[in-house]
Write a protein that binds this ligand. Structure first.
Ligand code: EPU
Length: 417
């Protein structure tokens, strides 16, 4: 992707459906034999990969339009999630909870490490065992079975896990009795996921808090559900707007889902105004003020916006620190930003950023989804041309990125090499 630096973003950007809700929502459709229609599904490579896995299971997939899909899993052909799928698409691990809940058995590949860290699934496994599943790890696969079904109990997560919470929610909705998830993830996507499950007939209370209670039911039914807007996509464009000294309305963005992030941007000198149909971002300061952050589970600063925020801080009028508390290897964008002239040093899980006056265009390499988009944002303000290689990461999580940016005055294009 070639990015010509020096634009000022102005206009409107429509925020797509949330990737990190669409993924568990697609998997949750396996919990019922009736059709489930999902609306506002983002058109992303990650969603397509997961749909291919459901196709392997025997799910019928019908697209009504690009963003509306009806899924029905009347009869399952297989309860195996092969390595090739899970390796490509970590969220495939969510099939473990759904398959064992409805079919009482599942064989799901262990995901292995990824570009941002080891990302274990031990908490998913321990919680399923607590619900009565018998689990063997064999040849890189998790073999789980619960011939008599799962039985509800209290589960305390030693650390918050987003997909762990979602996996166990799916296992518990069809278990006998009551399950309580303590220290459950509170992310808006998890809360919305509970809403979807309740629309399918589940009995879940406490969604959006750290204690979720699930009263098991015998079966779930079909429904229709609209995926909430992607707060990470919105936060990404908020930073892109601020850094280019622009003014953009993020259409559909839910202010509440990013409240603490917007408060941080306010301290930086960026105005984030809640409007009827979204959030209006504009940079009302002469300069970007340095504000240190630490990533934390919701409602803290999202790890998925850390790389983009690092770019913003690299142009601040002073020094700041950025501490990554969720993933152990999520600073891969920093050496690339340094090639563009950023002054950042890494000390363990903290990056010390000294603001510079300007960045310079360069050839850079994308390493994961959020790192990739941070390089694109840096390219928007860098002097000269930036070329970002390995674009497939971007397509996993940003729908129509070039179109959305170019409609607001950017000059971004893809080319084949
Ligand atoms: N962890 C374990 N063991 C487990 C589960 C998690 O050690 O069994 C650790 C992880 O290694 C990590 C921390 O706990 O250090 C938190 O991981 P979590 O399970 O919450 O992450 P996730 O569910 O795998 C989701 C998002 C990520 C997002 C994180 C944190 C989806 C599909 N993915 O991952 O999104 O960064 O929560 O908010 O929902 C992205 O969109 O770019 C992305 C990486």
């Amino acid at each position: 992707m070639r990015i010509a630096g020096g634009c000022q973003l102005k206009g409107e950007i429509e925020i797509s459906g949330a990737k990190n809700l669409a993924l568990p929502a697609v998997v949750a459709t396996i919990l019922t034999e009736e059709p489930v229609t999902l609306r506002n599904v983002p058109n992303l490579a990650d969603v397509k990969s997961l749909l291919e896995l459901l196709d392997c299971f025997g799910t019928e997939i019908n697209y009504k339009d690009t963003h509306t899909i009806t899924l029905s899993t009347r009869n399952i052909k297989s309860t195996l999630a092969p390595y090739d799928f899970v390796r490509k698409m970590r969220a495939s691990i969510l099939s473990l909870g759904a398959l064992i809940a409805r079919y009482k058995k599942a064989t799901v590949s262990l995901p292995g490490g990824c570009a941002i860290g080891a990302r274990g699934v031990d908490l998913h496994i321990k919680a399923l065992e607590a619900l009565g599943a018998h689990i063997d790890i064999k040849n890189g696969y998790i073999e789980a079975e619960a011939p008599k079904g799962l039985v509800g109990c209290d589960i305390t997560f030693p650390m918050t896990t987003v997909t762990g919470t979602e996996n166990i929610l799916m296992a518990a909705v069809l278990a006998k009795g009551i399950t309580r998830l303590i220290n459950a993830a509170m992310e808006p996507e998890v809360e919305a996921f509970c809403e979807l499950l309740n629309k399918m007939g589940a009995r879940i209370t406490g969604a959006g808090t750290s204690v979720i209670t699930i009263e098991g039911v015998d079966s779930l039914h079909g429904t229709e559900y609209k995926i909430i807007p992607d707060r990470i996509e919105a936060g990404t464009y908020a930073i892109a707007t601020a850094i280019t000294n622009g003014k953009v309305l993020l259409k559909n963005c839910e202010y509440e889902h990013l409240a603490s992030f917007f408060e941080t941007l306010n301290l930086v000198g960026i105005s984030c105004e809640q409007k009827e149909n979204g959030v209006l971002i504009s940079c009302n300061a002469e300069e970007i003020h340095p504000v240190s952050i630490q990533t934390a589970p919701y409602p803290g600063f999202p790890t998925d916006l850390q790389a983009q925020y690092t770019v913003l801080m690299s142009l601040a009028n002073g020094g700041s620190s950025i501490t990554e508390n969720i993933f152990e290897n999520r600073f891969m964008h920093i050496p690339e930003l340094a090639r563009m002239g950023a002054d950042i040093t890494i000390h363990g899980k903290t990056a010390i950023v000294n603001g510079v006056k300007k960045l310079a265009g360069a050839q850079v390499m994308a390493t994961d989804l959020r790192a990739s988009v941070s390089l694109v944002i840096a390219g928007l303000v860098a002097e000269g041309e930036t070329v970002v290689n390995r674009l497939y990461h971007l397509d996993r999580g940003y729908e129509n990125l070039e179109e959305k940016l170019n409609n607001c005055g950017a000059n971004v294009e893809r080319f084949e090499v």
